[in-house]
Design a protein around this ligand. Structure first.
Ligand SMILES: CCS(=O)(=O)c1ccc(CC(=O)Nc2nc(-c3ccccc3)c(C(=O)c3ccccc3CC(C)C)s2)cc1
Length: 244
């Protein structure tokens, strides 16, 4: 592909990212000191385990819907086999949500945007998965430390999604070709930004992403054993389809 083609690909990916961002970094940056009061935290603590899981599952599937929209607008994604589109979303959408959500962290006071305000880890106590929650916070701190630009974050999100190593892909070669172009575009951007060192550090983040997603699935299995009806009746279909 020509340099012009790569530049155009970058523009398209960044536009798709911005159009499907749910919240923009600037918009929430203004809110970053709006943290939950003690009373509000107490209300979250008085929620039962399944109430809190339901709330999070709702919020998470809302965020995932925007990632599905982002994928559909990625140049070449719709040309992939239907089953491969599903496979990439099933295995990658949570990873992209975690990458995106890192923009909604205030690393100064270790809070994340949740349910309208910024929440510390204590807000999520009722979920009974403190290890997963602190791992998500650590990941967000680590990714924020790399200080990716919105453009770099957009292209990194596309790379997380268009992963040719995902199991059970039918047309792996087609996904590989699509990924190759995005990798070239990313290298081009990082070269222009003189930040080639980012590639290696982002590879380490991808490893952490995988462990976070399997921890999330493991916790969901644990939760579903305790509250099968809640998952069956109250969890959003998309959340169940992708994670259960
Ligand atoms: C992602 C697009 S965005 O525009 O940036 C955006 C859009 C919308 C929001 C608001 C939002 O939904 N925040 C949520 N925060 C957390 C959370 C929770 C614990 C620690 C850290 C963040 C949510 C979760 O449910 C979650 C996320 C990751 C792993 C585990 C869980 C909980 C398990 C039980 C499902 S939802 C934030 C950011």
């Amino acid at each position: 592909p020509s340099l012009l083609h790569l530049e155009e690909l970058c523009v398209n990916i960044v536009r798709s990212h911005r159009e499907t961002s749910q919240h923009h970094t600037e918009e929430l940056h203004a809110l970053r000191w709006k943290i939950f009061t003690r009373e509000e935290v107490h209300i979250y603590h008085s929620k039962t385990v399944d109430e809190m899981w339901q709330l999070c599952a709702d919020r998470l599937s809302e965020a995932v819907q925007y990632v599905v929209e982002f994928a559909k607008r990625l140049p070449g994604f719709r040309q992939l086999r239907q089953n491969d589109q599903i496979t990439l979303l099933k295995s990658g959408s949570m990873e992209v949500v975690l990458v995106r959500m890192s923009r909604m962290f205030n690393t100064d006071n270790s809070t994340v945007y949740f349910d309208g305000k910024f929440a510390g880890t204590e807000v999520f106590k009722s979920l009974l998965c403190a290890d997963l929650i602190s791992a998500v916070f650590d990941f967000a701190h680590g990714l924020c430390a790399l200080q990716l630009s919105e453009q770099q974050l957009a292209i990194f999100s596309a790379l997380v999604l268009i992963n040719a190593d995902r199991p059970c892909l039918e047309e792996r070669g087609q996904v590989q070709r699509m990924r190759k172009d995005i990798e070239l575009a990313f290298n081009h951007i990082l070269f222009k930004d003189r930040q080639e060192s980012l590639l290696q550090r982002l590879d380490e983040k991808v490893t952490v992403l995988k462990s976070l997603c399997s921890a999330h699935m493991e916790k969901l299995r644990w939760f579903r054993q305790l509250y099968p009806l809640t998952v069956h009746t109250h969890f959003p279909p998309l959340y169940k389809e992708l994670f259960a």
